[in-house]
Design a binder for this molecule. Structure first.
Ligand code: NDP
Length: 251
């Protein structure tokens, strides 16, 4: 097998939620590997512009999009497809948490997390599937979570959204395989980002104790796995959830 299979030069990818955290790490890594990258932000335009300016190479751009809103997704994905009708892959990364113990959780907070993390992926996937089917090429990487496989107290909404995303991705893979389109999930564990910075010290300590490798991960450590799954080196991998969490899934 040639190392050229890992080369992303000339490929075009769209990453949702690329303005911060794991998404920004994915955008930077894909650009470093020679790809052209479009990415979305929800409200943080200044951060998105910072990421855009930091990227190697030309032709990258960003769009505003709220994944929980079908009209916003249609308009933003339409812009991306107008620029790149021959897009090579999409990374569904945007996500939120609204943690609370089940008995205290408001129905709105349950619904908002499902709407963003699961229904949002449905909207974005639908927008890109038709042109990919027409071109008989494409690849999706969905960012789920180890919590979708093992659950977590205070995260019933988040666990349901991410477990649903793993299952959604398996069905996507089965529906799209005959046209050569692949779909996989990456399930991160505890990765340093604004999302996990919001946790208190006791929560972070208890999370770290559950990681066999003994430390949180960096966004770049998720990004390299995303790059692999998007590349031709992963041409025979579809319908899988790759656990990238320092062994947390086993503990
Ligand atoms: P951050 O909170 O750091 O970043 C979230 C990103 O999603 C931002 O770019 C944000 O845009 C965007 N976003 C938020 N809401 C919406 C929305 N409604 N529509 C569109 N974009 C939106 O999160 P992380 O980087 O930590 O997480 C990224 C993904 O990884 C998520 O799916 C998360 O569930 C998953 N994950 C994270 C883990 C971790 O430990 N960090 C562990 C397991 C999974 P803006 O900047 O404009 O607000």
């Amino acid at each position: 097998m040639s190392n050229q299979l890992l080369n992303l030069t000339g490929k075009k990818f769209f990453v949702t939620g690329g303005s911060r955290g794991i998404g920004a790490g994915i955008v930077k890594t894909l650009a470093d590997l020679g790809a052209q990258v479009a990415f979305s932000y929800s409200s943080n335009e200044a951060k998105a512009q910072e990421v855009l300016k930091s990227l190697k190479g030309n032709g990258h751009f960003c769009v505003q999009m709220d994944v929980s809103n079908a009209a916003s997704v249609e308009s933003a994905c339409g812009q991306v497809l107008q620029t790149w009708p021959d897009i090579d892959g999409v990374v569904n990364n945007a996500g939120i948490t609204k943690d609370q113990l089940l008995l205290r959780m408001k129905a709105d907070d349950f619904q908002q997390v499902i709407q963003t993390n699961l229904v949002g992926v449905f909207h974005v996937t639908k927008a890109f599937t038709k042109p990919m089917l027409k071109a008989s090429k494409g690849c999706f990487v969905n960012i789920s979570s180890v919590i979708g496989s093992v659950g977590n107290p205070g995260q019933s909404n988040y666990a349901a959204s991410k477990g649903g995303l793993d299952a959604f991705t398996k069905s996507m893979a089965l529906e799209l395989a005959s046209r050569g389109i692949r779909a996989n999930c990456i399930a991160p564990g505890y990765i340093k980002s604004d999302m996990t910075d919001a946790l208190n010290e006791a929560q972070l300590k208890s999370l770290t104790e559950k990681i066999p490798l003994g430390r949180p991960g960096e966004p770049a450590e998720i990004a390299t796995s995303v790059a692999f799954l998007l590349s031709d080196a992963a041409s025979y991998i579809t319908g899988q959830t790759l656990h990238v969490n320092g062994g947390m899934y086993l503990s």
